[in-house]
Each structure stands twice: as C-alpha cells, then as structure tokens.
Ligand binder design. Sequence first.
Ligand SMILES: CC(C)(COP(=O)(O)OP(=O)(O)OC[C@H]1O[C@@H](n2cnc3c(N)ncnc32)[C@H](O)[C@@H]1OP(=O)(O)O)[C@@H](O)C(=O)NCCC(=O)NCCS
Length: 195
Amino acid sequence: MLTSEPVFMIFIITCHTLSFAQISSMQKRTPADSMTMMTEIVLPNDTNVFGNLMGGRLMYWMDIAAAIAAQRHCNAPVVTASVDNISFENPIKLGNTVHIEAKVSRAFHTSMEVHLKVWGEDFTQQYKYKSNEAYYTFVALDPNRKPRIVPELVPESEEEKNLFEGALRRRQVRLVLGGKMNPNDASELKALFFK
Ligand SMILES: CC(C)(COP(=O)(O)OP(=O)(O)OC[C@H]1O[C@@H](n2cnc3c(N)ncnc32)[C@H](O)[C@@H]1OP(=O)(O)O)[C@@H](O)C(=O)NCCC(=O)NCCS
C-alpha cells in the first residue's frame, strides 16, 4: 500500500497539471492579447509594372500576420477558412514600408475573425497613409486536424466593441456566400433589412 502512494500522488498531480493547462488555455482573451504588427519593405520583386506593391503579395503578408494573431488568441495551429472582400484604397510604392496590424475581433466556437489594417509609409516624404482594411477568418485545429474550441474574446475599447458587434453579421454574410448557411437562418442580417 505504501509503495503505491507516491505513484497515486504523481497521478493526481499530473491530472491537476493537465486540467490547469487546459483551463488556462481556454481563459478569456482581449484583442490586445492577439495584437500582431508586421513590417515589410516593398522591393522590386514585390511590385507590378506600375511600381506598386502587388495585391497578391500584400494578401500573403496579411494572411501570415492574421494567422499569428489567431494563433496567439487560441494557442493552437490555425487554417484560413475565408477572406472577406479586400479593396485597395491607396497603392503602396516601391521602397515604401508596409505596416500590417492584426487583432482578433471576435471568437466564435472553433473559428475566429481577425481584423487587419494596412498602412504604407514613405520615409523620404515622412508620411503614413492607409492602404486597406480586411477581415480574415481562421479555424483552430486539434492534433487530429479537427476544429477545436477557442477561448472567448472580450473587447475593451469602443472600436473593439463595435468590431465585436458587427462580427456576427459579417460571419453570416460569409457563411451564406460560402454555402454554409441557409439565408433564412441569417437572423442578424435579416434584422438589417426587416425591422
Ligand atoms: C476551415 C475548415 C477547417 C472547416 O472545416 P469543416 O469541416 O467545414 O468544419 P465545420 O463545418 O465544423 O466548421 C468549423 C468552423 O469553420 C467555420 N467555417 C467553415 N467554413 C467557413 C467559411 N467559408 N467562412 C468562415 N467560416 C467558416 C464554421 O463557421 C465553424 O466555425 P464555428 O465553430 O466557430 O461556428 C475546413 O474547411 C478546411 O480545412 N479548409 C481548408 C483550410 C485551408 O487549407 N486553408 C488554407 C488556404 S487554402
């Protein structure tokens, strides 16, 4: 009986350690917890024939910045589930710096919406200009590559609260467009049109 006690104690400690780890990985997070800043410089190989940053290259960098933010939120590997409409407001010139800010704007069950803002910076003229904004959606995966539950997001600032509110509608738009939701079930969207 005495010899089995230490083994029993180790078993209990291991169980507790595991459950503490699981609990801590599911604790609520704020957008600041996932905040990710990426900085790049536009080199000749990144540009189109007009000497501007190619849209595809920018979307690639945005995908990486957003994936890092999503992974910071859920502490798990993620895959891109969808990318919302991106409109390029201002081109970013060869030699300019690109700043990408990514933060989780809402967490659902296994998916997270990440909000991105992009600026260009011209060092010689000393000014910064907004290039575009976008939303990417990521799904967290477990070791069997199946979707896994993500921690809740608690918005703090007024801007974060507005993004959080709007995320339900944006989710329904992308699920309807992706053929994953019946438009009749998109209650948030319908409420916009039928009061
Ligand atoms: C994204 C993916 C994991 C979803 O898997 P699935 O079997 O469809 O899983 P489910 O239907 O249970 O959906 C899981 C979550 O994904 C979300 N989702 C699925 N399709 C989506 C879409 N088109 N847009 C946004 N979210 C989507 C669901 O809403 C759900 O989120 P929730 O749990 O928070 O409600 C799967 O489709 C996949 O692996 N896609 C390829 C990802 C990839 O390779 N990306 C790299 C770029 S090609």
